[in-house]
Design a protein around this ligand. Structure first.
Ligand code: FE
Ligand code: ZN
Length: 264
């Protein structure tokens, strides 16, 4: 019987600031792993070998090359593996075998996974929820969110503040890029008296000083520090005043924050 405890997740730094992740299986699958967003094959294979893990599946959060760039080589080196992504990303994710819908559940490595469709950064963006953790790709970062390449502020608002925000506070949040320090600079700019942001900036600079990753965050931390989850903040509304329409909606706030961050 599996001893329980926190699910083992191994961040694998890829390219200049990407993270792939190995999710370790449970029970009979404890020597197996699924990889989330293999930007490149080599660091993922090296991490799996170092940890004594056999790769069983590829989970893709979206079709961008810095998340799926290693798919083809992994398939060539390891043989056929299931490759998961949103159903609408068929043809955009190399080797995709499984097209998931919003809220679709599946079992892998003895663990129960659930897909959340979280469009905004791309139209096919997915989060994977498993055992108290969520893998958010480029949709939700620590203290930030992805650019709206294919979606609208309304889509991103729903994805962040309705779909992801429904998860429990202590959910561990694993994100796609090490952008935390610069995201926090923007968060402090739009909400200068938020003490949680200042405290997180201190923790993050300690981690970065020794080259440690800032992943994972928690949804609790994000609710306290991430401006894109804080569209009802009075201080953010003051920061945006003059740019907001009369009786602004939280979607107006998110759209203006995202546009300001694009040029920050
Ligand atoms: Fe992306
Ligand atoms: Zn990316």
């Amino acid at each position: 019987m599996y001893a329980g405890g926190v699910m083992r997740v191994i961040p694998v730094p890829c390219l200049s600031d990407n993270y792939a992740y190995l999710i370790v299986g449970q029970g009979q699958d404890a020597w197996s792993a699924a990889v989330v967003d293999p930007s490149e094959a080599e660091p993922v294979l090296a991490a799996a070998e170092r940890e004594g893990l056999r790769l069983r599946a590829i989970l893709c959060t979206h079709h961008h090359f810095d998340h799926v760039g290693g798919n083809q080589e992994l398939l060539e080196r390891l043989g056929e593996l299931p490759v998961y992504g949103h159903v609408s990303d068929r043809g955009r994710i190399p080797g995709q075998t499984h097209g998931l819908e919003h809220e679709q559940a599946f079992t892998l490595l003895g663990r129960s996974f659930r897909a959340l469709h979280i469009p905004g950064h791309t139209t096919g963006a997915l989060a994977y929820v498993v055992d108290g953790a969520v893998f958010t790709g480029d949709t939700l970062f620590a203290a930030g969110c992805g650019r709206l390449f294919e979606g609208t502020p309304a889509m991103m608002y729903e994805s962040l503040n309705v779909r992801l925000a429904a998860l429990p506070d202590d959910t561990l949040m694993y994100f796609g890029h090490e952008y935390t320090a610069s995201n926090l600079r923007f968060a402090a700019h739009v909400e200068p008296t938020n003490a949680a942001i200042a405290a997180k900036q201190r923790r993050v600079s300690e981690l970065r000083a020794v080259g440690a990753p800032t992943t994972p965050s928690t949804l609790r931390d994000e609710r306290a520090t991430n401006p894109f989850l804080r569209c009802d903040s009075a201080e953010i509304a003051r920061h945006l005043s003059g740019r907001l329409p009369p009786r602004p909606s939280p979607i107006d706030v998110l759209g203006l924050l995202r546009a300001e961050k694009d040029a920050f």
